[in-house]
Design a protein around this ligand. Structure first.
Ligand SMILES: Cc1cc2nc3c(=O)[nH]c(=O)nc-3n(C[C@H](O)[C@H](O)[C@H](O)COP(=O)(O)OP(=O)(O)OC[C@H]3O[C@@H](n4cnc5c(N)ncnc54)[C@H](O)[C@@H]3O)c2cc1C
Length: 396
């Protein structure tokens, strides 16, 4: 990294123009927009207009190289976009997959696959919002997944079930992880799993069923059932049996991006806490004058600043092509914990009004809780750090 790049890593407001443009767009989607969506049905609760506007402005194609119609920006720039979306009170999770799920196609797809999909993903003509990994019976133990893709002539037949597949009802394509070789025939647990890019528009008429999950947050998340779904052979990305490795390849970038979202959400909640602590007068003094209110806010701020530094470090290392598994996992852990500290202090600071939807605290508080469970839990991060960074015995 040169001096300028190091300065950017440490500069609170790097990419100021990008931040300012994204803020302008987000101002059109205030809290009422998001709260109203929560009252809708699964079909209408998706922030279609918001995602369309981000797509039209090119933000969701930030990481797609220019030769495929994207803007070829850095991972940090992509992170800044998602951070700003969240800092403005909007929902990054509604659109983040369109930004990064294509990474597997970009890194491991054939030239044909890249030429036929990436430019359309860049314009939004094709929505790649669905990423089918988690299954109901195997959860965090991804290598045990049971969804099967069996060879059938030139194509495959898929049978199985995914759960928590977010945005499946609002996506044209799904990146799917399925077992192609029975695990008993594989040397390693991670072998024999393949990744497919499925056209959901075809699959819906051909054995795939999507059922919305009624959840405490509006993430348009679903269960997806595969009953003898036929897919063509060219849906396979890269080599058969290497899918688990391909997904891991993209993990560190995904960790950096979702950590940046947590930083944005944390700023949103912290700003609200500070404002209310200054404005609300009880016992003839602003409540922020009480150390019982002030110190948790200061503590949350310190956690946020620390997490932000780690997110920037992990992202800079990823961009420099360095190994950054430890840093990306630390960033994810710290940013989730900082977000939760900001959420809790914001909730406490607002007293009873935290429960009133119009104050728009409880919506982000619910969202903040998610980051401590998904896409990876603190426990699984500590497992990773213990085993792979510190050299402790595998605990599970
Ligand atoms: C709103 C939402 C959206 C999601 N979107 C997607 C999506 O789009 N695509 C997708 O594929 N998945 C998605 N997920 C799934 C998410 O990634 C999983 O919930 C997560 O991977 C954990 O799986 P699980 O819920 O089955 O928990 P489990 O694996 O059953 O774990 C339950 C608890 O036990 C802990 N635990 C398990 N094993 C160990 C161990 N060895 N050591 C210590 N602790 C352990 C876990 O940390 C967790 O706290 C989403 C989840 C939610 C809630």
């Amino acid at each position: 990294m040169d001096e300028q790049e190091i300065k950017l890593v440490l500069d609170d407001e790097d990419f100021p123009e990008l931040r300012s443009e994204v803020r302008k767009l987000c101002e059109k989607y205030p809290s009422k927009y998001w709260l109203d969506l929560e009252d809708q049905t699964p079909d209408t609760s998706y922030p279609t207009e918001f995602v369309q506007e981000l797509t039209d402005a090119g933000y969701l194609a930030a990481l797609i190289p220019p030769e495929y119609g994207g803007s070829g920006l850095s991972l940090r720039a992509g992170s800044v976009i998602l951070e700003t979306v969240c800092e403005m009170g909007c929902q990054g999770s509604a659109c983040h997959a369109q930004m990064y799920t294509m990474g597997t196609v970009l890194r491991h797809g054939s030239d044909d696959q890249k030429q036929s999909y990436l430019p359309k993903i860049a314009t939004g003509e094709l929505r790649l919002q669905a990423f089918g990994v988690t299954e109901p019976t195997t959860g965090s133990d991804t290598t045990q997944l049971r969804t099967r893709a069996e060879r059938d002539g030139n194509g495959y037949i898929i049978n199985g079930q995914k759960v928590w597949t977010s945005r499946a009802g609002h996506s044209d394509l799904m990146l799917l992880l399925a077992r192609t070789t029975p695990k008993e025939q594989c040397e390693k647990r991670t072998d024999g799993v393949s990744v497919f890019l499925i056209d959901m528009r075809d699959a819906k008429n051909n054995g795939m069923e999507i059922k919305p999950i009624d959840a405490m947050i509006n993430h348009n998340t679903t269960e997806v059932f595969f009953d003898n779904v036929n897919i063509p052979g060219d849906a396979l990305i890269g080599e058969e049996g290497k899918g688990f490795r391909y997904i891991l390849d993209g993990m560190n970038a995904e960790r950096c991006l979702v950590s940046a979202e947590s930083i944005g959400n944390a700023r949103f909640l912290l700003n609200k806490a500070v404002k209310y602590a200054n404005e609300r007068v009880v016992f003839n003094r602003p409540i922020g004058k009480n150390q019982g209110i002030q110190f948790p806010i200061s503590d949350a701020y310190i956690k946020l600043q620390t997490a932000d530094l780690m997110v920037r470090k992990a992202t800079a290392m990823f961009e420099a092509g360095l190994r950054c598994g430890a840093e990306a996992n630390c960033a994810k852990y710290l940013s989730s914990e900082a977000l939760w500290a900001c959420a809790e202090t914001c909730f406490t600071t607002h007293g009873g009004f935290a429960f009133a939807k119009e104050y728009d605290v409880e919506r982000k508080w619910r969202d903040a809780r998610l980051s401590r469970n998904a896409p990876i839990s603190p426990n699984m991060i500590m497992n990773f750090i213990g085993q792979h960074v510190l050299g402790l015995p595998r605990s599970y």
